[in-house]
Design a protein around this ligand. Structure first.
Ligand code: CDP
Ligand code: CDP
Length: 225
């Protein structure tokens, strides 16, 4: 193989990015990296240690104390925060409520981007997030920008979360997604935006299988090169 292939998937909250990224990685035997899980794990650490988001020195010290690792099993995200598996806890609403504020901090982004670029060295990867095609891998061979109707997205995420969170309402989930999308698209540092060369994929009416077919077709020229 001449050059490693990078697939960058960006888009709004809960619009199927990780479902597509995992399926692509599995089909093509690429490495899947869930960049959102990294921001969520940092947020969990900040919450547990009561880090003041306005205090730069607390943030710097905290970032130095955080060691993130992915353990790859069945293309699912297994993220370790200082050797503790936190894959389930980072999906909870207390983390979802704070993650966009943490992800807006310059020092946090610099550290995450550095780690993400290192992970992809000489490997075929699929990475999903908010700034993958614009900042982390501006030269990615395939960039997808995913979107879907906001209510459909909230209904899908609600279905995932409700079993473990009986008190949660669809409205809570809708509000969280809307709030994060607002914060992610309006922040000063690497806001969520479509890279000029990213292909838009609206999956409101697509099944996970159909969105996979869409992406594989766009990747075919690079696979046979
Ligand atoms: O899965 P979901 O769409 O709910 O979010 P996620 O991918 O787990 O990302 C959680 C949050 O992390 C996002 O709302 C962003 O604030 C932040 N994030 C980011 O800023 N940059 C990335 N590359 C990935 C996530
Ligand atoms: O990674 P992101 O937050 O963008 O979304 P996701 O976690 O991949 O997808 C959110 C939910 O939507 C999951 O339960 C997926 O199974 C579901 N989904 C769907 O029903 N149809 C699609 N075409 C894509 C995702």
């Amino acid at each position: 193989m001449s050059k490693n292939i990078v697939v960058a998937i960006d888009g709004y909250s809960s619009c199927g990015k990780s479902t597509l990224a995992k399926a692509l990685a599995k089909k093509l035997h690429f490495i899947y990296i869930d960049s959102g899980a990294m921001y969520r794990a940092v947020t969990l650490y900040f919450l547990r240690n009561d880090i003041d988001l306005k205090d730069e020195s607390q943030i710097t010290t905290a970032l130095q104390a955080i060691h993130l690792n992915f353990h790859s099993r069945d293309y699912e995200t297994h993220i370790m925060l200082n050797d503790e598996e936190v894959s389930d806890e980072i999906r909870q609403m207390h983390v979802a409520d704070k993650v966009s504020a943490v992800a807006a901090i310059h020092a946090v982004r610099v550290e995450m981007v550095k780690q993400q670029q290192r992970m992809a060295k000489s490997k075929n990867i699929v990475m999903d997030g908010r700034d993958i095609g614009t900042v982390v891998f501006p030269d990615a061979q395939l960039k997808l920008f995913m979107t879907a109707d906001p209510l459909v997205r909230a209904q899908r995420r609600f279905k995932e979360l409700t079993a473990k969170n009986p008190g949660l309402s669809l409205e809570d989930v809708f509000d969280n997604l809307a709030h994060r999308d607002y914060q992610d698209t309006t922040r000063a540092e690497s806001p969520l935006t479509r890279a000029h060369d990213a292909i838009i994929l609206d999956n409101t009416d697509l099944t996970p299988e159909e969105q996979l077919t869409f992406a594989v077709k766009r990747l075919e020229p690079f696979l046979s090169a």
